[in-house]
Design a protein around this ligand. Structure first.
Ligand code: ARG
Length: 358
């Protein structure tokens, strides 16, 4: 028997021993027997894996200065699901405290990843294209004066042909110059022998993620593995330090959250019903969230830019999450109350192959 709510010091009645002090203090959970302890350890492993899961993807995005591998829609649905999850865990008493912590932790990780993706997709891209525009006159000024090709070069005279090319041509010339100066062969030159237009212009023109992906993969496969740049290490450290305090220190906010959770759960059955409904909504959103990512993978025909470690950690995290719930109790009422969380985790593991199988 677990301690009654009236007890000021939680106590395991059946086992006739006090709860584990630090677990009680930071997690508001009382571990009375081996089963409870094993469930708690599984919960911690899940927590840790979710804490780590998004860091490899953050590093991959950072190294590639792009988030083209991960669907922003997928991340946004995750975040919406996280909100339902957090509130659901607050209201449903059958959920474990580690579930609540886990929900907080991965919401934080996903928020960082989503902000990073938005940064690379919009701010960074815009800033880069601005830089190209701004540096263009300087580049042009540095260039030794060359006579423009005579209009007579062309068999068909082009009316109003000006010396100053259009911005797109500028970019082409600039790209061609930079390509000439680099050891890297022109992009996809091995794949496309005949083009109707210059390759760099093609890249400028064609922004489809598929082409971008192929360009990246050919570039990556032709290059040697590089050590992780120090700056990426800093990024990882930053990401970890943003995540870890929530995980280890059980900061005041979370602590309050857990105390509030107890209070909310004491409000009885209605909260539990609402909590379960939120859990079902969460499960639907998480599962639906896979669709944009699967679609993106199918569209590109690859999972390039997607860090496999993120998925490996997520699979371990989901499995240990399921373990932590089913090890704790075999009482059908409790299992039934946590069914949305259980089914979601199992379904997400099953759907993993679809996300990564392309
Ligand atoms: N923001 C998050 N990482 N949310 C976790 C989602 C959990 C869900 N079971 C999944 O694997 O997708």
């Amino acid at each position: 028997m677990k301690p009654s709510l009236q007890d000021s010091m939680p106590y395991c009645v059946k086992e006739n021993k006090p709860c584990v002090g630090w677990v009680e203090k930071y997690f508001k959970d009382c571990l009375c027997n081996f089963r409870d302890e094993f469930s708690f350890v599984l919960g911690l492993v899940s927590l840790l894996c979710w804490g780590l899961a998004e860091i490899p993807q953050i590093i991959t995005n950072f190294r590639q200065k792009s988030s083209h591998g991960i669907s922003i829609l997928f991340l946004l649905t995750w975040l919406i699901g996280d909100i339902f999850n957090i509130v659901g865990c607050l209201l449903e008493p059958a959920t474990l405290p580690t579930q609540f912590y886990t929900a907080l932790l991965y919401a934080t990780g996903t928020l960082i990843l989503a902000l990073q993706s938005l940064y690379y997709d919009y701010i960074y891209t815009w800033w880069k294209s601005r830089q190209i525009d701004v540096s263009q006159p300087v580049e042009e000024a540095k260039k030794p004066l060359k006579k423009p090709p005579k209009p007579t070069d062309s068999s068909i005279p082009i009316p109003n042909r000006t010396v100053r090319a259009s911005p797109r041509r500028d970019f082409y010339y600039m790209s061609a110059r930079s390509l000439a100066g680099s050891a890297t062969p022109p992009i996809r030159s091995n794949q496309w022998s005949v083009r109707s237009g210059p390759p760099a212009m093609e890249i400028d023109n064609d922004s489809s993620s598929e082409d971008e992906t192929m360009h990246r993969s050919s570039h990556i496969s032709s290059s040697q593995p590089k050590p992780i740049p120090r700056s990426a290490g800093y990024g990882a450290f930053l990401a970890t330090s943003v995540n870890m305090p929530r995980q280890t220190n059980a900061l005041a906010g979370v602590y309050l959250g857990l105390s509030g959770r107890k209070l909310l759960q004491e409000h009885g059955a209605e909260n539990g019903v609402v909590g379960q409904w939120l859990g079902w909504m969460m499960a639907a959103i998480y599962m639906g969230g896979r669709i944009p990512q699967i679609y993106l993978n199918i569209k590109r025909g690859s999972v390039e830019g997607l860090n496999p470690l993120m998925f490996i950690f997520a699979v371990i995290a989901n499995l240990t999450y399921v373990g932590s719930i089913v090890v704790r109790t075999t009482e059908w009422d409790k299992i039934k109350a946590t069914l949305p969380w259980l089914l979601d985790a199992v379904a997400c593991v099953a759907m993993r192959w679809a996300v990564y199988g392309y």
